[in-house]
Design a binder for this molecule. Structure first.
Ligand SMILES: *Cc1c(COP(=O)(O)O)cnc(C)c1O
Length: 375
């Protein structure tokens, strides 16, 4: 069976975890966490990066930093993972879903402005499949309307838009290091913060509302409770696992892109015949091969394709059930405008196996079986 996902393993993870244990510093913000934060800051050109226990919690931290209050409205796509929405629902916000673009499956930037009201506080571009949203337009809208931009860049580590790292363009950017993502620490994430004052606020919220980070740096001589907060910092053992992968990021990225390019080349004839739709990468975006998907013509066709592949030892999967039609989505939000592509994409999109170390022969097998299915 060709798995859909195999968690990345770069080689030095065990050695680094042993070092973390030998350091006698296995709680949060130890040496490996610092190394990961620094790597992320340098790679993305962001003022501050802080590891978190997940992207979900990075988004929650961003919602607190953005001062989202009950009654505020948040604009986001419906074609996304639940965490994008939950972070703001937890603060009492109303969700306003807008449609996605048919090419990238990202939020349609041209539909955002019409969804803005005097209650709108935040807009959340989700960089689907590690392909950047049309950020210049989104940042311009946000600036004109005084909105905070929280980028859900869970899938976007190592990808860029016009040369800028995904996650580094808005006020806050959130990464995921879950085992299904390009770089992993089991469960984990990071928040990127542009503003110096906000990053100091983030350090406090992330450390149970205390000024422990400043205490550890010797800036205050005792630490105490200064504001509301929670615990968003991961163990240094998890950071050690992640650091081994960040050191190998170029190699991991190259390997994934090679698989992605092979899929694309082998399946292009099916797209040329109008049988399936393949991913579109706009010229201004460099993606990270987070995902290889294709879009079928109907839900029925997708179901048959997935079972045909399963019979032939290929695990292909689909997502997302659009949030606006889910039980919680109906309760916490509304879809603004027409749903031209969201439900259709949720019904017809199918993801192929994609992970670091997927072999050429495996990609060839998957493509052969897809081509056979359509023959
Ligand atoms: C994976 C993912 C998340 C959640 O990441 P976790 O680290 O598992 O919390 C959020 N948003 C998107 C778009 C994702 O793909």
């Amino acid at each position: 069976m060709i798995d859909f996902n195999v968690p990345p393993y770069a080689g030095k993870e065990i050695e680094y975890i042993q070092q973390a244990i030998a350091n006698r510093k296995i709680c949060g913000d130890g040496p490996f966490t610092k190394k990961c934060d620094k790597w992320l800051e340098e790679k993305t050109g962001t003022y501050r990066a802080l590891l978190t226990t997940s992207c979900t919690q990075a988004l929650e931290l961003a919602a607190i930093l953005a001062d989202v209050k009950p009654g505020d409205e948040v604009i986001l796509p419906s074609f996304t993972f639940v965490s994008t929405a939950n972070a703001f629902v937890l603060r009492g916000a109303r969700l306003v879903f807008v449609d996605i673009r048919p090419d990238t499956k990202n939020i349609d930037e041209n539909l955002i402005e019409d969804a803005i009201t005097d209650k709108t506080k935040v807009v959340v571009p989700v960089h689907y499949a590690g392909v950047g949203c049309e950020m210049d337009t989104i940042l311009d809208i946000a600036k004109r309307h005084g909105l905070t931009v929280v980028e859900d860049a869970a899938q976007g580590v190592m990808a860029t838009y016009k040369g800028r790292a995904l996650g580094s363009m808005g006020d806050y950017g959130c990464f995921s290091f879950h085992e299904t993502k390009n770089y992993s620490m089991g469960e984990g994430g990071a928040i990127l913060i542009k503003d110096k004052a906000k990053s100091e606020e983030a350090e406090v919220i992330r450390e149970k509302g205390t000024d422990r980070s400043r205490f550890l740096r010797g800036q205050v001589d005792k630490y105490s409770w200064v504001t509301m907060g929670s615990s968003y910092l991961p163990s240094d053992m998890n950071a050690a696992y992640l650091y081994a992968q960040l050191e190998m990021a170029e190699e991991i990225n190259r390997d994934r892109l090679a698989s992605w390019d092979r899929y694309y080349e082998r399946l292009k004839p099916l797209e040329d015949k109008g049988i399936v739709q393949l991913p579109v990468i706009p010229e201004e975006c460099e993606h990270n091969a987070h995902m290889f998907y294709l879009v079928t013509n109907s839900l029925e066709e997708r179901t048959k394709l997935i079972s045909y592949l399963k019979e032939n030892d290929v695990c292909a999967v689909f997502h997302y059930v659009p949030l606006h039609s889910a039980k919680a989505g109906l309760k916490y939000g509304t879809f603004h405008g027409e749903d031209r592509y969201t439900t259709r994409t949720g019904d017809c999109l199918v993801r192929m196996p994609m992970y670091y170390g997927l072999t050429e022969a495996e990609v060839e097998h998957v493509c052969k079986k897809i081509t056979e299915f359509y023959a």
